[in-house]
Design a protein around this ligand. Structure first.
Ligand code: G1P
Length: 295
């Protein structure tokens, strides 16, 4: 299939109320996960999948976010003078990563509304949507597989994770059918945050989507849904229900994912990622064991 290069869209305009007061003057996507803001992991994931045009949808406190992806000449020359190459590279990495653009959401009216704000920038390119609450381990490529499935089907692609049935009400849930490809399912229906009894399955949509720009036309007429918000899930349900279109497929993710959406998961993500790191793990692991033994 020939199409224009993929772009990436990262919604980062939520209020982050679960992390107050840390998010009073800072978007939650800027909270550090070990020593990098969450949003940098997500931008790196997009660039690793070969996408170098990234649009971040920002809300209030946008300056922190845009500053992070700008160069900081005085800090850089200071580190260069000191000969601290390692730190200099860390500082420069976020500004060299990708071609990063910003657009404001204005009032937060839901994920579908945030994605619709990307319409002018995305134009007629297919695009990936990456939510900063879900971090995907760089050793377990998910987005690359999703882009391949988009190439193969021309359909909307969502990432799916099997979750315990008691957790499905926190996610978009998918009704699925198997396909001839292991790990790829056809999505026949989607419901945003259903009660356990109403969930079509325990396949949860996690925060990665690959979409054609046709979705913007649907989002424009999508009425507010769950929580009074314009839901991306509802627009995707329309695609899944259309027998004349390419539909929706799901890539079932079985790798390592770190949820940073609430405080407990955020702390777990930091502990897991730090324990795994070559520079921090050796010092931390014995301490964790000792700490756990004395709980
Ligand atoms: C959003 C989507 C939901 C999806 C989830 C993944 O919800 O609306 O369908 O399952 O992201 O993280 P949120 O977590 O932003 O409320």
């Amino acid at each position: 299939m020939t199409h224009k290069p993929f772009k990436a869209v990262i919604p980062a305009a939520g209020l982050g109320t679960r992390f107050l007061p840390a998010t009073k003057a800072m978007p939650k996507e800027m909270l550090p996960v070990v020593d990098k803001p969450a949003i940098q992991y997500v931008v790196e994931e997009a660039t690793q999948a070969g996408i170098d045009d990234v649009l971040i949808i920002i809300g209030r406190n946008k300056n922190n976010l845009s500053n992070h992806f700008d160069s900081v000449p005085e800090l850089e020359s200071n580190l260069a003078k000191k000969g601290d190459q390692e730190k200099l590279e860390k500082v420069q990495r976020s500004s060299d990563l990708a071609d990063i653009h910003f657009v404001r959401q204005g009032e937060p009216r839901g994920l579908g509304h945030a994605v619709l704000r990307a319409k002018a920038h995305v134009g007629d390119h297919p695009f990936a949507v990456l939510l900063g609450d879900d971090l995907i381990d760089e050793r377990d490529p998910l987005l690359t597989t999703m882009l391949e499935q988009y190439e193969r089907t021309g359909a909307a692609i969502v990432a799916l994770l099997e979750v315990p049935e008691d957790s499905i009400h926190l996610y978009g849930a998918a009704a699925v059918e198997t396909t001839e490809i292991d790990g790829v399912v056809k999505v026949t229906g989607l419901v945003e945050k259903p009660a356990k009894e109403d969930a079509p399955s325990n396949y949860a949509v996690i925060g990665r989507y690959v979409l054609s720009p046709d979705v913007f036309g649907i989002l424009e007429r999508t009425e507010p849904g769950k929580g009074g918000e314009i839901q991306l899930t509802d627009a995707l349900q329309e695609l899944a229900a259309n027998p004349d279109g390419p539909g929706v497929y799901g890539v079932v993710f079985r790798g390592r994912r770190y949820d940073t959406g609430d405080r407990v998961d955020y702390i777990k993500a930091i502990v897991q990622l730090a324990a795994d790191r070559e520079d921090l793990g050796p010092a931390l692991r014995p301490w964790f064991k000792d700490f756990a033994a004395n709980l």
